[in-house]
Design a protein around this ligand. Structure first.
Ligand code: PLP
Length: 396
C-alpha cells in the first residue's frame, strides 16, 4: 500500500531522530585524532555524565546496547563468579544469556514479567549469601518488553543495609534520558545504555557509566576482553580520544541530542515522559484493554505494553496498523509474543505525536476487529489538555 506523509515510528526504540540531530550528522567526517574531535568528545562525555547522574567515568562504545552489557561483565568479573539477575522480562534474559556465555554462574530470580525486581527477594538472596559469593546484582531499570520499572534506589538500600559487597549493574537502555536516573546517588557500579532510545540518536553507540568500585574490581577481573576493555578507553577518553576508530558522525548526532536535552532541562524531559505515559494509560483503560505492568508504582514512562483480548492476535493488530496507517508498534517479545503490543512514547515526542499515535491504535483496533470500547483517544486528550481551572467567582 502506498503511504503518504510521515511514517510513525512508535516502537519503544529505536526512536524518532529529531531533524536537528539528523542535520548535525550530515557533516564531513573529521580527523578522530585531531583537536576538533577531542573537544567534541569532551563535550559529549560531559553531557553524558549529566544524563547518567555521575561525576565518574563514562565509556562510549561503537556498538548497540548489548555491547555495553558484555562490557559490564568482562571488565569486572572472572569465570565462575556468581551473578544475581532479576527476571523482569526479555531483556533480563539477555543479561542472563550474556553472563552464561562467559561462564558466569547465574542465579536467576524468577519473575512474572508483570512486576519489577523484588526487594524482598534481594534481601533473602543476599542475606543467605554468608560467604559473599555473589559478585554482582543485575537489574533492568525499565524492562522494555513489559513496560515495568524496578526501584534501583530501593535495591541499593537493601545491599547497603546488609553490607553486601556485590557490584550493582543496571540496564538503562530504555530509561536513560526519559526517566529519572542517578548513577552516583543510587551507588550503581556499572550502568549500561544505548544511543537509540531516550537519547534520540540512531542505533550504534552504547555506554557504560562506571563507579570507582567497579574500576577497582576490574583490576582482579579475569574474563577475556580486548575490544570491551575499558581501561584503555578511559585513558583515551581523558584526552578526548578513543582506543579504536570512533563512530564520528553518530557522535555529532549525540552532541546535538545532548544539547537538546540540556535546553529542555532533564526534569522537564522526565515530566514530559510521565505525562505522555499517563495519557497513554488513560487511553488503554478507556479501550478496556489490560496494561501488562501490574503495579502502578512500577509503570514505565517510556513505553506502555498492552495485552490484546484472549484469542486476538497482537501481531495481526500491529500488521493492520502498519499496513493501513503506516505506524509501527512494538511487538510482543518472548513469552508475550502475539499477546502484547507496545506503544513507545519516548525520545523526540510531543502531544500531537502522541494523539496521532493513539488515534492510530484506536483505528487499528477497529480495523482489525479487536473488541474494545471507543473513546480512548478522547480520554488521553483530557490528560493532555485538561479543562482550564475556573477562576473563583468574585465576591462583590
Ligand atoms: C532494556 C534493554 N536492554 C538491552 C537491550 C539490548 O540492546 P541492543 O538491542 O541495542 O543491543 C534492549 C534493546 O532494546 C533493551 O530495551
Amino acid at each position: 500500500m502506498l503511504h503518504t506523509g510521515r511514517h510513525f515510528l512508535q516502537i519503544p526504540g529505536p526512536t524518532n531522530v529529531p531533524d536537528r540531530v539528523l542535520r548535525a550528522m550530515a557533516a564531513p567526517v573529521i580527523d578522530h585524532r585531531g583537536s576538533e574531535f577531542a573537544a567534541l568528545t569532551a563535550e559529549v562525555l560531559d553531557g553524558l555524565r549529566a544524563v547518567f547522574g555521575t561525576r565518574g567515568a563514562v565509556v562510549i562504545y561503537t556498538a548497540s546496547g548489548t555491547g555495553a552489557i558484555e562490557a559490564a561483565f568482562v571488565n569486572t568479573l572472572s569465570p565462575g563468579d556468581r551473578v544475581l539477575i532479576f527476571e523482569t522480562g526479555y531483556f533480563s534474559n539477555l543479561w542472563r544469556q550474556v553472563a552464561s556465555s562467559f561462564g558466569l554462574e547465574v542465579d536467576y530470580v524468577p519473575g512474572d514479567w508483570r512486576h519489577g525486581a523484588s526487594v524482598d527477594d534481594l534481601e533473602a538472596r543476599l542475606g543467605a549469601d554468608d560467604r559473599r559469593s555473589i559478585k554482582a546484582v543485575v537489574v533492568v531499570h525499565n524492562e522494555t518488553s513489559t513496560g515495568v520499572t524496578s526501584g534501583v534506589a530501593d535495591l541499593r538500600r537493601i545491599m547497603n543495609r546488609l553490607g553486601h559487597p556485590a557490584l550493582l549493574m543496571v540496564d538503562t537502555v530504555s530509561s536513560l534520558a526519559s526517566m529519572d536516573y542517578r548513577h552516583d546517588e543510587w551507588e550503581v557500579d556499572v550502568t549500561a545504555c544505548g544511543s537509540q532510545k531516550g537519547l534520540m540518536v540512531p542505533p550504534g553507540l552504547s555506554f557504560n557509566a562506571i563507579s570507582e568500585k567497579a574500576i577497582a574490581a576490574g583490576r582482579q577481573a579475569k574474563l577475556p576482553k580486548q575490544y570491551w576493555d575499558w581501561t584503555e578507553m578511559i585513558r583515551q577518553h581523558r584526552r578526548g580520544y578513543f582506543a579504536y576508530t570512533p563512530a564520528t558522525n553518530l557522535l555529532f548526532g549525540l552532541h546535538e541530542a545532548l544539547a537538546m536535552l540540556q535546553e529542555e532541562g532533564l526534569p522537564q524531559v522526565f515530566a514530559r515522559h510521565d505525562r505522555h505515559a499517563e495519557a497513554t494509560r488513560a487511553a488503554v483503560r478507556a479501550w478496556g484493554l489490560e496494561i501488562v505492568c501490574a503495579n502502578p508504582r512500577e509503570y514505565s514512562s517510556s513505553l506502555t505494553a498492552v495485552f490484546t483480548p484472549e484469542g486476538h492476535s497482537a501481531d495481526r493488530l500491529r500488521r493492520t496498523v502498519l499496513d493501513q496507517f503506516d505506524m509501527s508498534l512494538g511487538t510482543g517479545l518472548g513469552q508475550l509474543a502475539d499477546r502484547v503490543f507496545r506503544i513507545g512514547h519516548l525520545g523526540s515526542f510531543n502531544d500531537l505525536m502522541l494523539a496521532g499515535t493513539l488515534a492510530g491504535v484506536e483505528m487499528g483496533l477497529r480495523a482489525a476487529g479487536v473488541p474494545h470500547r471507543e473513546g480512548g483517544v478522547t480520554s488521553a486528550l483530557r490528560v493532555l489538555a485538561p479543562e482550564p481551572v475556573k477562576a473563583p467567582a468574585s465576591i462583590d
